[in-house]
Ligand binder design. Structure first.
Ligand code: NAD
Length: 333
């Protein structure tokens, strides 16, 4: 029989570094964890706490917390971290985060988990879950808008969901595309750098993962039947797609409240193109309370804003696997 959470962590908390995270958790593990937590959120069994994000007035940094509790998965805690623009010059990643997990039975710290690798993994799992549940089964061409750090994680996770044959890509900074092309080649997929209009004309599934503050993809460029996962917009003011696309699409989100405040839907809702009530949590599709895609002609749009519960879900898996594999030594204090 499985131990209770309290029994499993009675020997202290574990420290799971970035290198151990990379070793123990697979894309399939992350997919399952994120799918389960989206489902729990839609059932009302898991909720995200209000996000704190502050410009701290030092090192030009943005710092904050994303936390929550999942009663089903029993993950309680927070991800603390943010963005330090000067880090690159120090040989460090600009995004830095750490996940703190607590035993929900006792409130004791159960794990400290490096959050950098897991953030990329859980963000890719999010669009991947949306593709699994919303894209047409016969999708063959994947369109990638963006070629930064997250994009290769997105590509690797997405191509596991459908029988893709080709990747078409566009990035505002074209010199970044060859790195993405190399990953497509490694995965045995044809790769073509195209214009954004051509990307819309060819792609069955599109992922946007940029730091844009204005629309890069216009509504008219998107074909009927396309599934588009908008993943880059996670802050007020950011924007990747034309708000008019929302009126042509059936719209889903990881969390509706975050979608309309800091997600891609902030613009469409703000401009009255759609209402908050037009957005469905993707967890409802996972739970079968929403039918998902209605026809091969329908455009489905997923607004993946990135919620704290995703971080807790994958961090809990990484901590459990690290313990099971004897890669960490519990610490008491
Ligand atoms: P990165 O810095 O490695 O790459 C940035 C990407 O955005 C590149 O494709 C670049 O060409 C493009 N870009 C940069 N400035 C731009 C501008 N002004 N206009 C248009 N495009 C621009 O970043 P990354 O780690 O790949 O992250 C990409 C985006 O994803 C960021 O906005 C980040 O905040 C967001 N993100 C979202 C989640 C989530 O859960 N939804 C999680 C992690 C990151």
């Amino acid at each position: 029989m499985m131990n209770t959470h309290a029994e499993a962590t009675a020997d202290g908390f574990v420290i799971v570094g970035e290198d151990i995270c990379e070793k123990v958790i697979s894309r399939a593990d992350a997919f399952d964890a994120v799918e389960a937590v989206f489902a729990a959120m839609a059932r009302g069994d898991a909720y995200n706490f209000p996000v704190v994000r502050e410009a701290i007035g030092h090192a030009d940094a943005l710092y904050g917390f994303k936390g929550g509790f999942d009663r089903t998965g029993l993950s309680l805690g927070l991800k603390a971290g943010g963005y330090w623009p000067g880090n690159m010059a120090r040989g460090l990643t600009n995004h830095q985060s750490t996940v703190f997990l607590f035993d929900p039975d006792t409130g004791r710290l159960s794990a400290l988990v490096g959050g950098n690798y897991l953030t990329a993994l859980r963000t890719a799992a999010s669009s991947s879950v949306s593709i699994a549940h919303l894209a047409r089964e016969d999708s063959k061409v994947l369109g990638m808008v963006g070629a930064g750090h997250q994009s290769t994680f997105q590509l690797r996770a997405a191509v596991e969901q459908r029988d893709f044959e080709k990747v078409v890509a566009w990035n505002p900074h074209p010199e970044m595309l060859p790195r993405l092309g190399a990953v497509a080649e490694e995965l045995g997929l044809a790769f073509e750098a195209v214009s954004p209009e051509d990307l819309g004309a060819q792609a069955d599934v599109i992922i946007t993962i940029t730091s844009a503050f204005e629309p890069l993809i216009m509504a008219d460029w998107i074909r009927p039947g396309t599934h588009i996962a908008c993943m880059g917009t996670d802050t007020k003011g950011k924007q990747e797609v034309d708000p008019a696309l929302f009126s042509r699409a059936t719209v889903f989100a990881d969390e509706v409240a975050q979608s309309i405040s800091i997600g891609e839907a902030q613009h469409a809702v703000g401009q009255g193109v759609i209402a908050e009530s037009d957005i469905t949590p993707v967890g409802a599709v996972i739970n079968g309370t929403h039918g998902g895609r209605g026809s091969d002609e329908e455009i489905t749009l997923f607004d993946g804003t990135g919620v704290g519960l995703q971080d807790l879900a994958v961090a809990a898996v990484a901590a459990r696997l690290a313990r099971e594999q004897g890669l960490v030594t519990p610490v008491t204090f």
